[in-house]
Design a protein around this ligand. Structure first.
Ligand SMILES: Cc1cc2nc3c(=O)[nH]c(=O)nc-3n(C[C@H](O)[C@H](O)[C@H](O)COP(=O)(O)OP(=O)(O)OC[C@H]3O[C@@H](n4cnc5c(N)ncnc54)[C@H](O)[C@@H]3O)c2cc1C
Length: 397
């Protein structure tokens, strides 16, 4: 059969953004996005908080800093073009003890360095922005943080890829690939260039090309609980000051696009990748593989892994999780949060020789291929900017 100029493995937001950016630059070329699932947004891109991050957390020399502020802007423009709702919630970052004030100042300084609009407010200022939240002395206000429905965004992006002439083939797992070809259970397809945007399986696809062999994916599970409150009671996303030793932001409260409050996500270590509850997606070989990584990870000098395990594992308990979140919003009660949200799993890359979790996006070239290896949060926000950056820096017609 006739081949494709570009085949993208993975039709999450990153793969679709890459197909979209490529087609915008090279109209008329043959592009296919292959996803193993029968429906769009089945994994992280449809199972996240939908927060359009502003880009102030990240070290100024990182890809996350470079791509999140512009990604936020591009995603807003995309949503406006496609009629996808964005709710202008903004976000407050609050302290739970006076000892966190220096870290809050550091976040403010990072925001300044990254060119992100931010304001430091006092307790009275916080009460005006979000009456339910509490802080010690000061809080950060980020007006450009917002929220959208992640599934609606992915569906709209797939539609734009199709309108630009790309094919989006669902129910099509890629089971092997090499320079110039990919194989599905149905056929071997000739391709000019392959883009690996396989999310939780991106390490495996990269290894087929001998790329990123020092890396393995370590899954972390994100649980959510929805409040039974009326829409609009919580106005802003409320986040804690994150622990800089770990790549996660800590338990927070967010508002959905239709004004519902939810608590989560957790970052509970998981033994298999598509661990969405029960034994669905369980793979014994995968679990053994992940378990083998833990002794190295537990001794990591880069992270407080025992502390992470100690604080995350109890968050399987709804009561414990909501009680932790009440440090940010004291009036919340476990009884208010009884509706489970859709679980998401973070595709977090581990550098095996050092036991270090990669904090930044990792993109690697391979023979006739490009591999997006650590599309962790906020890659949903950054996806359109990331795709442009990859097209500029590594992909040529
Ligand atoms: C709980 C949680 C909350 C988050 N909150 C936010 C947030 O608020 N804001 C934000 O910006 N980011 C957030 N993120 C991060 C964001 O969701 C991800 O960075 C982003 O969705 C990554 O997109 P992706 O396309 O790489 O991955 P995915 O959406 O996982 O897409 C990968 C696709 O590859 C497919 N695939 C895998 N292997 C194969 C194969 N062999 N053949 C064919 N197809 C294959 C899968 O079916 C999947 O559809 C969150 C993540 C989680 C888990």
């Amino acid at each position: 059969m006739r081949g494709y100029d570009v085949a993208v493995v993975g039709g999450g937001i990153v793969g679709l953004a890459l197909a979209d950016a490529w087609l915008a630059r090279h109209p008329g070329t043959r592009v296919v996005v292959l996803d193993k699932e029968e429906r769009l947004a089945a994994h992280a891109s449809g199972r996240n908080s939908g927060v359009l991050h502003a880009g102030f957390y990240y070290a100024p020399d990182s890809l996350k800093a470079q791509l999140t502020r512009s990604g936020n802007q591009m995603l807003r423009e995309f949503c406006a073009e496609r009629g996808v709702d964005v709710r202008e919630t903004g976000k407050v970052v609050v302290t739970t003890s006076p000892q966190q004030l220096p870290a809050l100042e550091e976040l403010y300084a990072r925001g300044q360095a990254n060119g992100v609009p931010l304001e430091m407010v006092d307790e009275a200022g916080l009460r005006q922005l979000e009456p339910l939240a509490r802080t010690h002395e000061r809080a950060l206000w980020s007006p450009s943080t917002a929220v959208a429905d992640p599934v609606a965004v992915v569906e709209a992006l797939a539609q734009r890829v199709r309108e630009r002439g790309g094919e989006v083939r669902l129910g099509t797992p890629v089971i092997d690939a090499g320079p110039g070809w990919v194989r599905t259970p149905y056929q071997r397809i000739a391709v000019g260039h392959m883009i690996n945007a396989a999310g939780l399986y991106a390490d495996r696809v990269a290894h087929w090309f001998g790329v990123g062999e020092e890396y393995r994916m370590l899954p972390f599970k994100g649980l959510y609980w929805y409040a039974s409150w009326p829409s609009g009671r919580l106005k802003r996303h409320v986040y804690p000051v994150p622990d800089p030793r770990n790549p996660f932001l800590g338990v927070h409260l967010t508002v959905t696009v239709d004004g519902r409050a939810k608590v989560g996500p957790t970052a509970i270590p998981s033994l298999w990748r598509e661990d969405y509850g029960g034994v669905g997606g369980f793979d014994a070989l995968e679990a053994m593989d992940v378990a083998r990584l833990y002794p190295r990870f537990l001794r990591s000098p880069y992270h407080d892994v025992p502390g992470l395990v100690r604080t995350e594992m109890p968050k399987y308990s709804r009561r414990y999780l909501v009680t932790r979140a009440s440090a940010l919003v004291p009036s919340i009660r476990p009884a208010d949060f009884r509706e489970k949200g859709r679980i998401g799993v973070r595709a977090q890359l581990l550098h095996v020789p050092t036991g270090r979790l990669e904090m930044d996006f990792v993109v690697r070239p391979g023979e006739r291929s490009t591999h997006v290896l650590n599309a962790v949060s906020p890659a949903w926000t950054s996806s359109l900017a990331m795709a442009q950056w990859i097209c500029d820096s590594t992909l040529t017609a």
